[in-house]
Design a protein. Structure first.
Length: 384
């Protein structure tokens, strides 16, 4: 039985609606689940999305949401969806490709600029690209659209685009880039953007203090290398360091601190195994010149989306790292002690839905993109 139906049958559907009266968001209870922070109410605040991939909060509390087939929408506070915004570039909407991440720029309040990533079709195949644009909320369109970065490799195939965008405290932009699945060895090659995290200025130019600037045979945008498919990234709220997680094959999903110029091992050092044969990949799980993960999941949970929790609504969760899971169909909370993972809690598994993105809202609550049903969910303390 669906969790909402079970819950409604236990306490009565009218009470479910009354429970939420007065909220600024139109919402309906999906479930009440147990957690280390006490009972948590899972509420639906919007639905009708087609494979949602990323969300970003606007200053007035509305949301920008990307749909992977190539649409960008505004979600109003009553949960209604705008028409698709005009001006979004054509995307390669096959496999895992399409319109991916979206973030507001550091000066959005004055310049209305946003940055977004997408799978860009080319004559040979496709590649991960990043564009910036001005958001015209009244006209429901993007203007001054400018592609500022694109991978130098554009192979065929529809997998492993990576593609989270994070602005650092210095105003520079980190972009995570996948290895495109069939080209994994290129993750170790410094003349390729495949399997890298790059660091660029907001206009796409290269910061002069990047680690590989001036090194023969190396792309100057590169910040770190040896990644497989990074679909979650966030700044640590105290240190400002970039944390990220990435998919492993049949094991070896990793959480890392993405440090300047470091090698993260893929595909030569990994806990993962080949899909068909089950054979171990690479030369082992550790090497002196490779950064070890803070934690790893074997078997894989297929992580996507990531947020540090700093709010007041769940005091026992404060300082935790939250990770969505696709294959695992859950939300994972990692308890931290500095740079160590000291505990793990698995949540929402009873819902059985793929959690694509995780964000903390301006209200201090957690918001999730449920890819399975095309919904936005919010977690809040269950009311008596």
């Amino acid at each position: 039985m669906h969790p909402f139906r079970s819950f409604a049958r236990r306490i009565g559907f009218p009470f479910c609606i009354a429970l939420l009266a007065g909220s600024a968001w139109a919402q309906a209870t999906v479930a009440i689940v147990r957690s280390a922070a006490g009972p948590v109410e899972v509420v639906q605040i919007a639905d009708g999305l087609d494979t949602p991939w990323s969300l970003a909060f606007l200053p007035d509390g509305r949301m920008l949401v990307t749909e992977r087939p190539g649409r960008l929408r505004i979600v109003a506070r009553d949960g209604s969806l705008s028409a698709p915004l005009a001006g979004v570039p054509a995307v390669y909407g096959r496999g895992q490709g399409g319109l991916l991440d979206v973030v507001l720029g550091p000066d959005f309040a004055t310049d209305r600029r946003i940055w977004f990533s997408y799978a860009e079709p080319t004559a040979r195949g496709a590649r991960t690209a990043v564009a910036r644009a001005v958001l015209d909320l009244d006209g429901l369109r993007l203007t001054n659209v400018e592609r500022i970065f694109a991978q130098n490799d554009d192979p065929s195939g529809g997998n492993h685009w990576g593609s989270r965008l994070v602005f650092g405290r210095d105003g520079l932009l980190y972009v995570t880039l996948g290895d495109r699945f069939n080209h994994r060895d290129r993750a170790q090659d410094l003349d390729s953007h495949l399997g890298k995290v790059v660091r660029i200025a907001p206009d796409g130019s290269v910061p002069p203090d990047n680690p590989f600037v001036g090194r023969p045979g190396a792309l100057p945008e590169t910040w770190s290398y040896g990644h497989r498919n990074v679909q979650g990234a966030a700044l640590h709220p105290q240190t400002g360091a970039l944390w990220a997680h990435e998919h492993g094959p049949q094991g070896g999903d990793e959480v890392n601190i993405v440090r300047r110029g470091r090698n993260y091992g893929w595909p030569v050092v990994t806990y993962g195994r080949e899909y068909v044969t089950g054979f171990r990949i690479g030369e082992g799980t550790a090497r002196a010149d490779v950064e070890a993960p803070l934690t790893q999941w074997t078997p894989s949970i297929a992580p996507s989306g990531m947020a540090f929790y700093t709010g007041d609504a769940f005091p026992r969760w404060r300082g935790s790292l939250f990770v969505g899971a696709l294959r695992g169909s859950m939300l994972v909370r990692l308890a931290l002690d500095g740079e160590r993972v000291v505990g793990e809690e698995r949540l929402l598994g009873e819902l059985g839905h793929r959690i694509r993105d995780v964000r903390q809202g301006p209200d201090g609550l957690l918001y999730l993109l449920d890819e399975t049903d095309g919904r936005i969910l919010r977690l809040q303390p269950a009311r008596p």
